[in-house]
Design a protein around this ligand. Structure first.
Ligand SMILES: C[S@@+](CC[C@H](N)C(=O)[O-])C[C@H]1O[C@@H](n2cnc3c(N)ncnc32)[C@H](O)[C@@H]1O
Length: 382
């Protein structure tokens, strides 16, 4: 557990780390790691009553894992303390770990869990959502297990939303694929900008958006740099019996001879908007890394502009609400390129901000909330 948290802290995703464990252990570990990150700031505050502020980061991590197990698992307390003290021995602090955990156990029924949010994450969220009701709802979704959705390839009257969206229960229904409702909303709203039912999806894998567009009657040319992600995409289209042209191509390196009227650019990003499923993103906001990512996002829009026909559209999407990856990216593009303009989007489920729109999770409250996406529609006018 300690090593898993270390790997996640160094940049791996929760899924990636958990998938290295035997299948039987995965769901328990997944739940514990998710609760570890959901309660990261709660645990920081609880521990302030038991340790001094010079305690090393490794010991803090170990104590936070113990707290998560004590309060969110059925594992017996003595086993949790024993395991932690053993781990504490490697860090030469077994006495400290033992003493702190015994004190916590003594207070177990007095300890209250509040809803404290990691300050860096809260600051960014508050920048984007100024309404208190939206903020409070988004905060609350950080502490609950998210609803999972599946999208039907065809319209169905008994759907939860948009004639396509269903809850994902135990198994995927035949003719459905897994996708967040926010993702569905973005594509369902912006697809009207794509001309002649044709488009190139330049960061397409694992295929959520391409598959939805294909089901809406679009001819999609899908490319992605990652073979591993493309394999997942192919599994999906084989299961659904679809025909989509997918090629492994690095969009930034490829020399295109064709020009396009419609480009979908679902750019790589921090995935901050998926914090309900990946709560580790809330404590891993790394500014230098985001600046680097921003450079790539800008390069990708510029490459898209190069291969776009006049009066063609780029739909830029990220599953993030960090200004670096959203408002600022478009700002920098607008300053440099005078031959473009932005378009308005018509959705009562999104909030308009400078340069684009953010999904409003509160508008999906009735069906369990949504991830947060940013979308901006760019037209090349000259
Ligand atoms: C946000 S994900 C795309 C998700 C996908 N559109 C969907 O809806 O399922 C970003 C993707 O960009 C791909 N990517 C990153 N850099 C790329 C590049 N230079 N060229 C093409 N694809 C790239 C990654 O492999 C990753 O699959």
């Amino acid at each position: 557990m300690f090593n898993s948290i270390k790997k996640i802290e160094q940049g791996s995703s929760i899924d990636h780390v958990i998938n290295h464990y035997p299948k039987l252990k995965r769901s328990f570990l997944f739940l514990v790691v998710q609760e570890y990150y959901r309660n990261y700031e709660n645990h920081n505050r609880i521990l302030l009553n038991y340790i001094h502020n010079k305690t090393s980061k490794n010991i803090l991590t170990l104590l936070k894992i113990s707290l998560t197990l004590l309060f969110f698992s059925n594992k017996p307390a003595f086993a949790i303390v024993n395991d932690s003290v053993k781990e504490g021995k490697f860090l030469k602090k077994e006495k400290l770990v033992n003493a702190v955990l015994r004190n916590i156990l003594r207070d177990k029924y007095k300890i209250k869990y509040d809803k404290f949010i990691y300050p860096d994450f809260k600051k960014i969220l508050d920048k984007i959502f100024s309404s208190n009701s939206i903020r409070d709802y988004v905060y609350s979704t950080l502490f609950t297990k998210p609803e999972n959705y599946q999208i039907s390839l065809i319209d169905k009257e008994d759907a939860l939303y948009g004639k396509r969206v269903f809850r994902l229960e135990k198994k995927i229904i035949k003719g459905c694929f897994v996708q967040d409702v926010g993702n569905f909303e973005v594509i369902n709203t912006v697809h009207k900008f794509f001309k002649n039912k044709n488009l190139i999806d330049v960061c397409a894998a694992p295929g959520g958006k391409s598959i939805l567009l294909n089901s809406l009657g679009f001819n999609v040319y899908a490319i992605d740099k990652s073979q591993k992600q493309i394999n997942k995409f192919k599994e999906n289209i084989n299961r659904l019996n679809l025909k989509i042209n997918i090629q492994q191509i690095d969009f930034l390196k490829k020399r295109f001879t064709s020009r396009y009227d419609s480009i979908l650019l679902d750019a790589p990003c921090s995935a901050l908007g998926t914090f309900r499923r990946n709560p580790d993103v809330t404590v891993k906001i790394d500014k230098p890394d985001m600046r680097k990512q921003q450079k790539t996002q800008i390069q990708m829009i510029e490459k898209s502009l190069k291969i776009l026909n006049k009066n063609g559209f780029i739909v830029y999407i990220v599953c993030s609400f960090h200004p670096f990856e959203t408002i600022e990216v478009i700002d920098k593009i607008m300053q440099k390129h005078k031959n473009i303009r932005l378009h308005n989007i018509n959705s009562n489920k999104m909030i308009k901000r400078q340069n684009g729109y953010f999904i409003n999770p509160l508008s999906f409250k009735e069906i369990g909330g949504s991830d947060i996406f940013f979308v901006s529609v760019i037209e090349k006018i000259r």
